[in-house]
Design a protein around this ligand. Structure first.
Ligand code: ADP
Ligand code: MG
Length: 417
């Protein structure tokens, strides 16, 4: 992976793909965390005498210019953060923009308009990639949050200019790769949340490399159903139950031979690869609806009655999970343990978040809502690392190649040939 130090940037125009996809309210940035995350790269390049052309997306304008999704507020905020003028470009690409970038001097910063105003961005249109490349001499990708997308500003343009990873992207890839390749043991993976289908690949990976897998969130109902428990009205898709059966069949987790499909060829193959012990809830918080005012109670057991749905792991499960976390050498956490946004269903996620924050081992959190949960409980400074990329972090952990990382390597190889 090529880094900033591999590029000679002094006096050069550098196109930097950043992730300034920040929340706006009344034309103002309400949370500038993503802009701050790009500062190490921006400051370093300015310090080395580069001219910066920043490109980002914001929201989902779907290929049409939408003034409400202009990057101008982000440019204003960036100017405040670096204490220097930042010029907002009159568009994404084109003659006016090119003239503006031609008139820059060392240390100057231009922010291009929202690149998703153009349809060619998500289509990875070579024409748009070429127009972007014409604005600069070098390309730096620092947008880890979109590194799993092959777009014109993340993948296409990297093929056309000498390229490198920015500091943020580099740190993300290094941290997540180290977690997978050389974790201090035991490695404990906590997987929860609601997007089960998106996390099957992550579960597959951790079954193989983790020592313990703690399952919570809506995720747990696929596993409980796979073990033969009724799940009532809990969030639980049929395909996910099938997958959970296969995963469980490969582990030492106790469940009926029938439910696990024991004895089948697939089960035997899965058992070969499995390393992790899978822990499931033994109690739950159930309610009659996903509503803070709905009737709710602790269920001592995991057979959810019909008319009820499971919305949090129970207190005994939370205590057991916290205990496992405290003994971990490395913790990876993705996905809240319950519908934590509603107070009656926040307890399990809070106990797990506190355990992660207090753990002696290295703690890495991936996933948008897991990060929000930590901030919700005021614990974000007590973990070692919170990834800025939800989907990108999961795909990297899964072992997929990220286009925004690969393309850069490709350009690097082409250049050194
Ligand atoms: P992340 O962004 O951390 O990867 P997800 O997006 O997969 O996590 O899931 C987060 C959402 O899952 C939260 O909004 C939370 O309310 C919801 N959730 C967690 N447990 C349950 C549950 N048992 N039933 C319904 N929703 C749940
Ligand atoms: Mg999410």
């Amino acid at each position: 992976m090529r880094s900033l130090e591999d590029l000679d940037v002094a006096g050069k125009r550098v196109l930097v793909r950043v992730d300034f996809n920040v929340p706006l309210e009344n034309g103002e940035v309400v949370d500038d965390a993503r802009i701050r995350a790009a500062l190490p790269t921006i400051e370093e390049l300015r310090g080395r005498g580069a001219m910066l052309v920043l490109v980002s997306h914001l929201g989902r304008p779907r290929g049409k210019a939408d003034p409400a999704l202009s990057l101008a507020p982000a440019a204003t905020r960036l100017s405040e953060l670096i204490g220097a003028p930042v010029t907002m470009a009159p568009g994404v690409v084109g003659e006016d923009v090119r003239r503006l970038t031609q008139s820059m001097g060392p240390g100057d910063v231009v922010v291009l308009e929202n690149v998703r105003f153009l349809k060619g961005e998500t289509d990875n249109d070579p024409e748009l990639a070429r127009s972007l490349a014409e604005l600069a001499d070098l390309y730096v990708n620092d947008a880890f949050g979109v590194a799993h997308r092959a777009h014109a500003s993340t993948e296409g343009v990297a093929r056309l200019l000498p390229s490198a990873a920015g500091r943020l992207l580099e740190r993300e890839v290094r941290t997540l790769t180290a977690l997978l390749e050389d974790p201090a043991r035991p490695l404990v993976a906590i997987i929860g949340g609601s997007k089960v289908a998106d996390k099957i690949g992550v579960l597959d990976r951790f079954i193989e490399i983790a020592d313990t897998l703690l399952i919570g969130g809506a995720m747990c109902f696929s596993f409980l159903a796979a073990s033969g428990h009724p799940v009532g009205d809990s969030l639980c898709a049929k395909e996910d139950i099938e997958h959970a059966k296969h995963l469980l069949a490969g582990t030492g987790t106790s469940l009926s031979a029938d439910a696990a499909g024991n004895g089948t060829h697939a089960a035997a193959a899965a058992r070969e690869r499995a390393r992790a012990r899978v822990e499931l809830p033994t109690d739950l918080v159930i309610a009659t609806a996903l509503d803070a005012d709905a009737e709710h109670r602790v269920l001592d057991g995991v057979d959810v009655p019909s008319g009820w749905l499971g919305l949090d792991i129970g207190p005994a499960t939370a205590a057991r999970y916290a205990d496992v976390i405290s003994g971990a050498g490395t913790v990876f956490w993705n996905g809240p343990m319950g519908a934590f946004e509603l107070e009656p269903f926040a307890y399990g996620t809070r106990i797990v978040a506190e355990a992660v924050a207090a753990a002696h081992g290295r703690t890495v959190v991936g996933g948008g809502d897991s990060g929000s949960a930590l901030r919700h409980f005021g614990l974000e400074d007590s973990v070692d690392y919170i990834s800025t990329g939800g989907g990108a972090a999961l795909e990297l952990v899964e072992g997929k190649r990220l286009p925004g990382v690969q393309a850069r390597d490709g350009a690097g190889a082409a250049q050194s040939r």
